[in-house]
Design a protein around this ligand. Structure first.
Ligand code: PLP
Length: 423
């Protein structure tokens, strides 16, 4: 495939056979076999809920039946349940350029955000501002608003457009809170540059890596990032509601504390003393008992991701999304679609969004035909490309069906226009 100067791909002469040939040459092709995907479905929503690894049901059965069922409570030590958050955290660390002991698996992304935002604000006591961007993933703004609402010290949430973030970092900013890959557009922030700017102004950075890990290059150490959080159920394929992870740079660990001072973050939880004393390292950001079955499923997904060459992952992710954009723009021309993601693959994550006035109905019609993407209000269709299991030929089929749905107005039916509780 030829890459145009603007990042576009010339697909005029491309055939399905060409894409099938690319799949045969794909260095990641054997990893697709490690997933259970239904026949006849093109799954382009792994950026929301990753697919099921084949090994996960057996691993869950093993942990439940052989460990929980047979060894009962002794499993905490016999099967190192107690060390699972750190063990899997260390594995995730390898995917995001962090060192051992800098990442731990715990809670949800939302709860981890709360813990690290509070920790960051405490590290910069004279500075009231949490700086973020409007239309950041709303959850992250809500969590910041919740912290603000506690009324402990003065905290202000300041939102400035992405292109003005760096200029807005001043001596009032405690922490810059950004989603590295934007959840709608897929636009990527320059983590190293924003972090350097924040540090030059005495501020800290907290990165939400939910749409990044396993999809785009992330190197927290090289960027000198301070804090990060991320989801386990997207590209890491940990399953619905999988536990999340958090990163605290080693240089900050001794001086930061979690606002949720739970017993498993205590230095000696089994001394059962009345007063809290934080554990020496990243463990201080644990709170309560870890969800062992959830971590077991997450570990299967993380182990699979670790089997892939990181450069192959990034190359394939860019190739798939580039191909999708180019095919949609050529095959669906005149159908009132507008690309709502950066055109250059280097500037976006592994999902792309197209704007369409009937986006919700079109997505529902696509799902009805086995092409699963999602809708983000008010008018975006979002398609994610998981390099571990999506194939080049999937893109071809998805675009053929999208073209048909648009050309025949197959979306224009009452059942596709009904509001859904989850989009
Ligand atoms: C950027 C981002 N942050 C956080 C979350 C969700 O966090 P939680 O797992 O706590 O619901 C999502 C979920 O889609 C997300 O896209």
């Amino acid at each position: 495939m030829d890459q145009d100067r603007d990042g576009g791909v010339d697909v005029s002469a491309l055939t399905l056979a060409d894409l099938e040939a690319m799949d045969r040459d794909d260095p990641l092709r054997t990893l697709r076999e490690a997933f259970t995907l239904p026949d006849g479905v093109v799954y382009l929503d792994g950026n929301s809920l990753g697919a099921l690894p084949r090994e996960t049901p057996a691993r869950l059965q093993q942990v439940a039946a052989e460990q929980w069922g047979r060894d009962l409570i002794s499993s905490w030590t016999a099967h190192d349940w107690i060390g699972a958050p750190q063990r899997v955290g260390d594995k995730i660390a390898r995917l995001i350029g962090a060192g051992p002991g800098e990442v731990v698996v715990s809670d949800s992304t939302s709860v981890n955000l709360f813990k690290l935002l509070a920790a960051a604000c405490r590290l910069r006591p004279g500075r009231p501002v949490i700086l973020s961007e409007p239309a950041n993933f709303p959850n992250d703004l809500y969590v910041a608003q919740g912290l603000q609402g506690l009324g402990i010290g003065r905290i202000e949430l300041q939102l400035v457009p992405a292109d003005r973030i760096e200029a807005a970092i001043d001596e009032r900013v405690a922490v810059v809170l950004l989603t590295h890959v934007h959840y709608k557009s897929g636009a990527v922030h320059d983590m190293a540059r924003i972090t350097a700017r924040a540090h030059a102004r005495g501020a800290l950075t907290l990165w939400d890596l939910s749409h990044s890990t396993g999809a785009v290059p992330v190197d927290l150490s090289a960027a000198q990032a301070d804090f990060a959080v991320g989801c386990g159920y997207k590209y890491l394929n940990g399953g619905p509601g999988a536990p999340a992870y958090l990163f605290v740079a080693r240089r900050h660990q001794a001086a930061t504390t979690s606002p949720i001072t739970g017993w498993l973050g205590h230095a000696r939880p089994f001394d059962f003393v009345d007063d809290y004393a934080p554990a020496p390292g990243i463990e201080r950001f644990l709170a309560g008992t870890p969800p062992i079955l959830g971590i077991a499923a997450l570990e299967v997904g993380v182990d699979l991701m670790l089997r892939a060459d990181p450069q192959c992952l990034v190359d394939k992710s860019r190739a798939l999304s580039g191909l999708f954009v180019a095919l949609v723009e050529s095959r669906c021309a005149g159908q009132s679609l507008e690309l709502a993601s950066p055109r250059d693959a280097q500037d976006r994550g592994s999902h792309v969004a197209f704007r369409h006035a009937q986006a919700h109905a079109v997505i529902q019609a696509l799902i009805g035909r086995g092409v699963i993407g999602d809708f983000r209000a008010p008018d975006l269709m979002r398609f994610g490309f998981a390099p571990l299991y999506n194939r080049h030929a999937d893109i071809w089929h998805a675009v053929q069906i999208l073209r048909d749905v648009l050309q025949t107005a197959a979306w224009d039916r009452p059942e596709f226009k009904r509001p859904c509780a989850v989009t």
